[in-house]
Write a protein that binds this ligand. Structure first.
Ligand code: IPM
Ligand code: MN
Length: 354
């Protein structure tokens, strides 16, 4: 397994170190080998060279089975520049059309919802990752004048809808929730009567091929309400790019926040390269203090293993994480864990039996 590692900015490299520590431990237990390519992409390099993704870097990344990304975002770089130039650029160039966000409340982790526990908060969001408002289509008319007009166009293609929705049905089937297999499409087809009509029609057509999966629908505003009131209702959610961006932050808070939330940018096609990342940003103010929570990064590593040919090892890491959150850590907030960043990594290795 060839993994490209982009530690990135701020606390990104610190949490990446812990994820790599856990990878090493589980690889010894399960007896598989891997090769790492360390890449210095991010704000620091951009400030020095003016380059975000140097020439040839996308081809280099394509030669890897997976990418692990720590965090990008530098206080001296205009917000959005690295996010767009690295994260969004790779999503498009590598055609990572699925953004997978498991929303699982680990044992011992506090949720802001009263009287809710791990049994109530365990669902997965399958966000489309290459279309919608993120396509970057638009422009200005009479820019800078009082008559200025700006457009930002959301696009949805039949092909783009179908591949994402079909993947979501397949995933729901495989997840095989004992409470029942349910895929909820989250959109706004009462208002977005062109784009989300295409999404809706595609969903219905693909649903017919999966009669064992309940094909369900929520408007996005109602989904936000239900996610807080009845998170246990959800099994798998399929949603469009922009709405997915918003509801996955809401979902991250329900599962204990940025210290634990992880995601994958997947190109599920043969030979595709997927990228896994903790959702918390680069948290520059905590850099080098050993206080940042590596659980999200270790969860991202568990996802990488699950989707890159080592599903059993991925499960082991996920179980070890839950032992540590459930029996050791005091909190998931930076500086309040009761352990340093490195000690949390060690605890996960210990729980693995390393
Ligand atoms: C995410 C992030 C990105 C997005 C940003 C950093 C461009 O918020 O992965 O959810 O909007 O998709
Ligand atoms: Mn987001």
């Amino acid at each position: 397994m060839k993994i490209a590692v982009i530690g990135g900015d701020g606390t990104g490299p610190e949490v990446t170190q812990e994820a790599l520590k856990v990878l090493e431990a589980v690889s010894k237990i399960d007896n598989f080998s891997y090769e790492l390519t360390d890449l210095d992409y991010g704000g620091e390099r951009y400030l020095k060279t003016g380059e975000i993704l140097p020439d040839g870097s996308v081809d280099l990344l394509r030669q890897h089975d997976a990418i692990f990304l720590g965090a990008v975002g530098h206080p001296d770089v205009t917000p959005g520049v690295i996010e767009k130039g690295l994260l969004l650029e790779l999503r498009f160039q590598l055609d990572q059309y699925i953004n997978l966000r498991p929303v699982k409340l680990y044992p011992g982790v506090e949720t802001p919802l009263a009287n809710r526990g791990p049994d109530d908060i365990d669902f997965v969001v399958v966000r489309e990752n290459t279309e919608d408002l993120y396509a970057g289509i638009g422009g200005f008319l009479k820019k800078g004048t009082a008559d200025e007009v700006a457009t930002q166009t959301a696009i949805y293609s039949r092909k783009g809808c179908e591949r994402w929705i079909r993947w979501a049905f397949e995933y729901t089937q495989k997840r095989n929730n004992p409470k029942g297999k349910r895929l909820t499409l989250v959109a706004k087809n009462n208002v977005l009567t062109y784009g989300h009509d295409l999404v809706w029609r595609t969903f219905q057509e693909v649903a017919a091929e999966y009669p064992d999966v309940e094909a369900d629908y929520n408007h996005v505003d109602a989904c936000c309400m239900w996610m807080v009131k009845n998170p246990d209702y959800y099994d798998v959610i399929a949603t469009t790019n922009m709405f997915g961006d918003i509801i996955t932050d809401l979902a991250a808070v329900l599962q204990g926040g940025m210290g634990v939330a992880a995601g994958g940018n997947l190109c599920p096609d043969a030979g595709g390269t997927s990228m896994y990342e903790p959702m918390g940003g680069s948290a520059p103010k905590y850099t080098g203090q050993s206080v940042i929570n590596p659980i999200a990064a270790i969860s991202a590593m568990s996802m990488l293993l699950e989707h890159t040919g080592q599903p059993e090892s991925g499960k082991k890491v996920l179980n070890a994480i839950q032992v540590v959150t459930g029996t050791k850590m005091k909190s998931q907030s930076a500086g309040k864990m009761g352990y340093s960043t490195q000690e949390v990594g060690d605890l996960v290795c210990e729980a693995l039996g390393a």
